[in-house]
Ligand binder design. Structure first.
Ligand code: NDP
Length: 249
């Protein structure tokens, strides 16, 4: 098992990529703390994951909630070996039509929240730990109508490189996993009908060299690699898991 005895925090561990990663980490021997804002899905996830998981309700964009969260994790876990700063939202911010509050909320959750999650974790992060941010290919490619989301994910790239330099003296590695389109509830958290969602999925799949969307467990395997000693010399990289979307001409 690749994470035997390790203790991991996964923000947004109650859904999609975070939940699939929590499942895989537990299979590989880790004890996992998951967070989210929605109590119902947190309860469902905790039930699914079993006794090696502990669920905490906390908004990554709320500094008081973050402090509270880490006080509880310190009490329950003692220390952490892995932080997967995964929580994030998508939301439309079309140029010329965007309210500043909506733009700022996306940045506050996806970028500021991710940074300060790690900041709060530092006192209990063991030397030699692994930090992984969940970026996106949209941070490199952009996407019409998604300026704030693209900026937040591009921001994680620079942020992670700076943080990797800051934390290297402690042997803490900091990397970004950058997914292409992955089948998760993020796609259906809107008012589209299932027919519209199917049409959207088909259209997006046709832009991916491998011709399909990815599955959450395919992303989880990449996060496991970055979290485990298999990647012991991998630091400050952006690891695209995207069916070739960014890498192909
Ligand atoms: P989901 O919508 O299934 O998961 C998002 C998770 O983030 C949920 O667990 C949600 O929990 C949590 N979350 C959102 N806002 C907050 C907040 N303020 N505080 C705490 N938790 C929060 O989608 P995915 O699994 O797809 O998304 C996970 C990450 O992957 C995101 O960062 C997303 O940008 C990234 N990503 C996803 C891609 C995809 O195609 N699926 C592609 C590229 C990147 P709750 O609702 O309970 O708050």
């Amino acid at each position: 098992m690749k994470l035997e005895g390790k203790k991991a925090l996964i923000t947004g561990g109650n859904s999609g990529i975070g939940l699939a990663t929590a499942q895989l980490f537990i299979q590989e021997g880790a004890q996992v703390a998951i967070t989210g804002r929605d109590q119902k899905t947190l309860d469902e996830a905790a039930k699914l994951l079993g006794p090696k998981a502990t669920a905490y309700r906390a908004d990554v964009a709320d500094s008081a909630a973050r402090k509270d969260l880490f006080a509880k994790i310190k009490q329950d876990f003692g220390h952490l070996d892995i932080v997967f700063a995964n929580a994030g939202i998508a939301g439309q911010t079309t140029t010329g039509k965007t309210d500043e509050a909506i733009f700022e909320n996306i940045i506050r959750i996806n970028l500021t929240g991710a940074f300060f999650t790690v900041e709060e974790a530092l006192p209990i992060l063991k030397d030699g730990s692994s930090v992984i941010f969940n970026g996106s290919i949209i941070g490199s490619l952009g996407q019409p109508g998604y300026a704030a989301y693209a900026a937040s994910k591009a921001g994680l790239r620079g942020l992670s490189r700076s943080m990797a330099a800051d934390l290297a003296p402690r042997g803490i590695r900091v990397n970004v996993v950058a997914p292409g389109p992955i089948k998760t509830p993020i796609w259906t958290r809107n008012t589209r009908t299932s027919e519209e969602n199917d049409a959207l999925s088909k259209r997006i799949a046709s832009t991916i060299p491998l011709g399909r969307l990815g599955e959450a467990d395919e992303l989880a395997k990449a996060v496991l690699f970055l979290a485990s000693d298999d990647s012991s010399y991998v630091n400050a990289v952006e690891f695209f898991v995207d069916g070739g979307a960014v890498g192909t001409p």
